[in-house]
Design a protein around this ligand. Structure first.
Ligand code: NAD
Length: 477
């Protein structure tokens, strides 16, 4: 059974070298629900050594065998999907119905998609007299955030295992508990020792020890742009492969032929998803200037149909739970104060604690109108249930505003005319664009333009990140 006082290294639960611990807090009650070791650089080194030792054996394991392990992992995670969803609801504040889908089910679905892809992926290609082989890059350090804590792990782990890589995982210190469930499942399915290793701790200590370890061939990171830049800088010292999934400030362009109610409702499904703690959340609604009042009125109605409440008690998709930590709550409140200070109109919400909820890191569902794209709340990732409404003059202006940010992770376009929406979507600088409401495809490439990241996750594109390319020139005949 998973032991929260230990690490999972080389196929066993191992005591940490240090004595520090990190409390895990319930975002709603603010109670300490567990604690995990605060790892040290020595712990990170032991985990990397285990992954390095396991690499030759795992590489030599047939692709078919590796895919079978990945499928068994998916089945093990599926069996514990309810427990995983509950854990994330407590740690991160995800409302229960959405948690079941995104936190509980997505990890096993993502994992199973890789068992399937393994069987059809072109690992070898003949180009004239060259045999081109793609093989696992080596030991991978996976460093992940708290907002979809297990999903972000499996989006790295499953393709890394299929590729023939061994892994050291450092999950977020804010929400580490589902990584322990994962390690438990890995132990149950009998994955060879050292192929997967778990170390907990903070980013600057354990994270950087992994990133700078010369035996780590690649770092796959999801998190803030700030940490991503630091990791890329450290990787450059060893010319180390790095994949970065970073922040976003995603636009939702509502074209002028759109029915206001349908478009706005669809948009909020993204904006307030997981209480706004979603990297791809559409946090800038771009609406036609000529219909501004209509869109603002509908946005207020829709935002006010969401209720801040205990996420474990939520029964529908209109619940907004707390943010994951006090630090996040403070951060989001200061952005709301900044929006007011810079002259945006507060339509609904605000920085105060919602009525009737004395405890918990809650933020009122908040909407700003009269936002210009140069304001802080239009440019910086807020990571809470806060929407900015910005007007545009015509389609060209909408595209210009949509692209006028440092980020390029995601976007949405809404129109009564699907072809028109697709034309606009083609002009947006972002890794994914959804037409007429949020959609999700576990096999479609996911990742960012500009400062939203480097590389892609999910599907065949995600697998390719973990592969090196070798070309053998073989004499013909
Ligand atoms: P964070 O960057 O603070 O932490 C992410 C992980 O990196 C944690 O495990 C942390 O311990 C570690 N870390 C921090 N500093 C490090 C360092 N110097 N070296 C090595 N590791 C370090 O991010 P967070 O607050 O946990 O998550 C929220 C952020 O993640 C948001 O910016 C969000 O947009 C982003 N995110 C991006 C995606 C995506 O796919 N693009 C998905 C989810 C979240």
């Amino acid at each position: 059974m998973a032991d929260h006082s230990k690490f999972y290294i080389d196929g066993a639960w191992v005591a940490p070298k240090g004595t520090g611990t990190i409390d895990v807090i319930n975002a709603t009650t603010e109670a300490v629900i567990a604690s995990v070791p605060e790892g040290t650089p020595e712990d990170a080194a032991v985990a990397v050594a285990a992954a390095k030792a396991a690499l030759p054996g795992w590489r030599a394991t047939s692709l078919d065998e590796r895919a079978k392990y990945v499928q068994r992992l998916s089945e093990g995670l599926m069996a514990r999907a309810g427990e995983i969803a509950e854990s994330v609801t407590a740690e991160v504040g995800t409302p229960a119905p959405f948690s079941q889908i995104a936190q509980g089910n997505l990890p096993w679905m993502m994992t199973s998609s890789y068992a399937e892809i393994a069987n059809s992926f072109p690992f070898e290609e003949q180009i004239d007299n060259s045999l081109v082989i793609r093989e696992g890059v080596g030991v991978v350090a996976c460093i992940t955030p708290w907002n979809y804590p297990l999903h972000q792990v499996t989006a790295k782990l499953a393709p890394a295992l299929v590729a023939g890589c061994t892994v050291v995982l450092k999950p977020s210190e804010v929400a580490p508990l589902t990584a322990y469930i994962l390690a438990d499942v890995i132990d149950e399915i009998g994955l060879p020792a050292g192929v997967f290793n778990l170390v907990t701790g903070t980013g600057p200590v354990v994270g950087e020890a992994l990133v700078t370890n010369p035996d780590v061939a690649m770092v796959s990171f999801t998190g803030s742009t700030r940490a991503g830049k630091r990791i890329m800088e450290l990787c450059s010292q060893q010319v180390k492969k790095v994949a970065l999934e970073l922040g976003g400030k995603s636009p939702f362009i509502i074209l002028d032929d759109s029915p206001a109610e349908d478009a706005v409702r669809a948009g909020f499904q993204s904006t307030f998803q997981n209480n706004g703690q979603t990297c791809i959340a559409w946090t800038r609604f771009l609406v036609p200037e000529s219909r501004k009042d209509e869109f603002v009125t509908v946005a207020r109605e829709v935002a006010e149909s969401y209720t801040a409440m205990d996420p474990a008690q939520a029964t529908d998709f209109n619940a907004v739970g707390p943010l994951a930590s006090k630090a996040q709550q403070d951060r989001v409140r200061s952005y709301i104060a900044k929006g007011i200070e810079e002259g945006a109109t507060l339509v609904t919400g605000g920085p105060e604690q919602p009525e009737g909820l004395e405890k918990g890191f809650f933020i009122k569902p908040t909407v700003f109108a009269d936002v210009t794209n140069d304001m802080t709340i239009a440019q910086e990732e807020i990571f809470g249930p806060v929407l900015s409404i910005i007007t545009y003059k015509d389609d060209d202006d909408a595209v210009r505003i949509a692209n006028d940010v440092d980020y390029g992770l995601h976007a949405g376009v809404y129109s009564a005319d699907r072809d028109r929406a697709v034309k606009v979507a083609r002009r947006i600088e972002a890794g994914q664009v959804d037409i007429n409401g949020p959609q999700f495809n576990v096999k479609a490439p996911f990742g960012g333009y500009k400062q939203s990241g480097l590389g892609r996750e999910y599907g065949t594109y995600g697998l390719a990140e973990f592969l090196e390319v070798k070309s053998l020139q073989i004499p013909l005949g």
